[in-house]
Ligand binder design. Structure first.
Ligand code: ADE
Length: 226
């Protein structure tokens, strides 16, 4: 899988992509993640990436020309399955969408910024708009990092124990059951006896019940979703 990220603040995404699982995935050549500075696709001498919006709204808007140039260049090099724009008014991001994106070969993510992007970009160049939640970030970079992290860990071979992504919260539509480690008792707080019983069938049943109970209590909406 290859992910090209277009941004005016690559520094903001570099760190999360260069640690732990995502770093290892790149080292193992399971994924290629390229950060591209939007300024590198400008043609004017000031390397301008944004401008005042038409109309009374204050705030800077990302210009269409460098974005068009970047996307056209990437598309001339390979076929892209999705060209994503991160924005608070996009489609809500879910595990289901992460699963879908993890099956794709090539993805572009354009990070939103300031007051947004010239709307012609959204109308003509983008295939999908994603929001990571109903709150507003300073820019789309952190949203892009979250999308990349959640997608890359699902790419086959990235997690050493493949079943561990399957037991994540949300993968079966439920929150994950609680987990414990040694000591079995700390400060008078005991690990549930069932987990110490060695009866794997009963443990699995208990985990399923816990997952269901936690979901019903904490996120009942998940039980109603398809
Ligand atoms: N950019 C700013 N806020 C955002 C959000 N909630 N999701 C995605 N991109 C954003």
């Amino acid at each position: 899988m290859r992910i090209d990220i277009i941004t005016v603040l690559p520094e903001l995404i570099e760190s999360p992509l260069n640690h732990s699982i995502i770093k290892r995935a790149q080292k193992k050549n399971l994924v290629t993640i390229e950060l591209h500075h939007l300024r590198d696709f400008t043609t004017d001498k000031h390397r301008t990436v944004d401008d005042y919006s038409f109309g009374p709204d204050a705030g800077m808007v990302l210009k269409i020309e460098p974005i068009y140039k970047a996307i056209e260049k990437f598309k001339s090099e390979r076929q892209y399955d999705e060209i994503i724009y991160t924005s608070p008014d996009g489609e809500p991001y879910t595990q289901k969408l992460a699963n879908y994106l993890s099956t794709k070969e090539n993805i572009i993510i354009l990070c939103g910024h300031y007051k947004g992007v010239d709307h012609r970009v959204r109308e003509n160049l983008i295939t999908r708009e994603i929001s990571i939640g109903d709150y507003v970030l300073s820019g789309g970079e952190l949203a892009a990092a979250i999308i990349v992290d959640s997608v890359v860990r699902l790419v086959p071979g990235v997690l050493s124990d493949e079943t561990s992504a399957l037991t994540d919260s949300f993968q079966d539509g439920l929150l994950a059951p609680p987990v414990y480690t040694r000591p079995a008792e700390f400060n008078g707080w005991r690990v549930p006896d069932i987990l110490l019983s060695g009866n794997f069938k009963e443990i699995e049943k208990w985990q399923m019940e816990q997952a269901y109970e936690r979901t019903k209590r904490l996120r009942p909406n998940l039980l109603n979703d398809d």
